[in-house]
Ligand binder design. Structure first.
Ligand SMILES: [Zn+2]
Length: 364
């Protein structure tokens, strides 16, 4: 089977001086770990913080993509970019791990279709419309409801992304924004990382109505491995641990990644987080099972959010352990065929559909 991780934040760690060509201690993702975990392809998302807007947002996305280009080129013997599902298959046959590019937060586009074209030309294949705050495209699920869904620009951007054959990612979008996108998009869309609100109340998670809506239009809903999305009990554990107040060490580390003391302080908090009682792989499978029960087996995938999360479920601490997820799914009664669909086939089908520009009402 072809294993595809629909979302990780690797470029953010690359600019924090992590060399993806070597097996790093304390890292959730690097190329050797991807190989050990049996991962054929991964979307590396250039994450643009909500604090950046306008030209600063565009420049940050460019910087992250430049660094991804550099590190992929430096490992050309084992890793290569893929721009489409066919590229993933070709790389796989050649024994290469595929990296695909996304941008997380459409703030990088400002209000410019020229920038959309620039990013598409350099290989970006999905854009996550929002991050943690409302932006010029629309409302975030953790924003203030500025627009009541998509903004006027967002309503023009959706058909332009369809035309440009760029996949729309609605992770982080407000429910009203997702409803607007489902109304306007002529091709299937993705929700690349999150969980099911029926099982855990986090606002980032999808209600059944939207899981169904994305599936009915041929799209894919990808489950993350981030405990606060999966389990309300862990949200309480984290709040009571006092560790959230210590997360500031990460900002200090991001600003000065070459400083060993700042790196060590960040790593110490990571270790404390790992020591908390955390939900296990079974909880990820609970969300997969629920999404399958609502969406159908052809509309669910995996988007870990590695390198963008400070803590993972127990057992999936880094991507080298990824195959444990398939083991647990097998033990819960998933067939090999169904595991293959969730592991990658469903997302690859959506990429193909967006590339072809198929009608949104055609399933499969
Ligand atoms: Zn995210």
């Amino acid at each position: 089977m072809t294993v595809l991780d629909a979302h990780c934040d690797a470029p953010s760690q690359m600019v924090r001086l992590r060399d993806y060509g070597v097996d790093n201690a304390m890292a959730q993702v690097d190329f050797p770990k991807m190989v050990r975990g049996g991962v054929d392809a991964s979307f590396f998302a250039a994450y643009v913080p909500a604090s950046l807007t306008g030209q600063a947002a565009t420049d940050w996305a460019r910087r992250l993509l430049d660094e991804a280009d550099r590190q992929v080129a430096a490992c050309a013997g084992s890793v290569a970019y893929a721009r489409c599902a066919g590229g993933v298959a070709r790389n796989r046959r050649a024994g290469l791990t595929s990296v695909l590019l996304g941008i997380e937060n459409a703030s990088a586009l400002q209000e410019s279709f020229d920038l959309l074209r620039e990013f598409h030309r350099r290989g970006v294949r999905y854009v996550t419309l929002t991050h943690s705050a409302d932006n010029q495209v629309g409302d975030s699920c953790t924003g203030k409801g500025t627009w009541g869904g998509l903004s006027p620009f967002g309503k023009r951007l959706v058909p332009e992304m369809n035309r440009r054959r760029m996949l729309i990612d609605v992770a982080h979008s407000a429910d009203a924004t997702i409803r607007d996108v489902l109304e306007l998009s002529e091709v299937p869309i993705a929700y690349t990382h999150g969980g099911c609100r029926a099982l855990a109340s986090h606002r980032r998670n999808l209600p059944d109505e939207l899981i169904r809506g994305i599936a009915e239009r041929g799209g894919v809903v990808c489950i993350s491995i981030y405990p606060p999305f999966l389990d309300d009990g862990f949200v309480k554990t984290l709040a009571e641990s006092g560790l959230e107040e210590k997360m500031g060490v990460e900002d200090a580390f991001i600003k000065d990644p070459a400083d060993p003391a700042k790196r060590a302080a960040w790593e110490a908090v990571q270790r404390e987080l790992q020591a908390l009682p955390r939900p296990g792989i079974d909880r990820v499978v609970d969300h997969i099972e629920h999404a399958v029960s609502v969406a159908g087996i052809e509309h669910v995938g995996i988007g870990t959010d590695y390198d963008g999360i400070e803590v993972t479920v127990e057992g999936l601490e880094d991507i080298s352990r990824f195959s444990r997820l398939w083991d647990v799914m097998r033990s819960r009664g998933f067939s090999q065929r169904d595991i293959a669909r969730i592991a990658g086939d469903n997302f690859l089908r959506v990429l193909k559909a967006v590339r072809k520009g198929v009608n949104k009402n055609v399933n499969g």
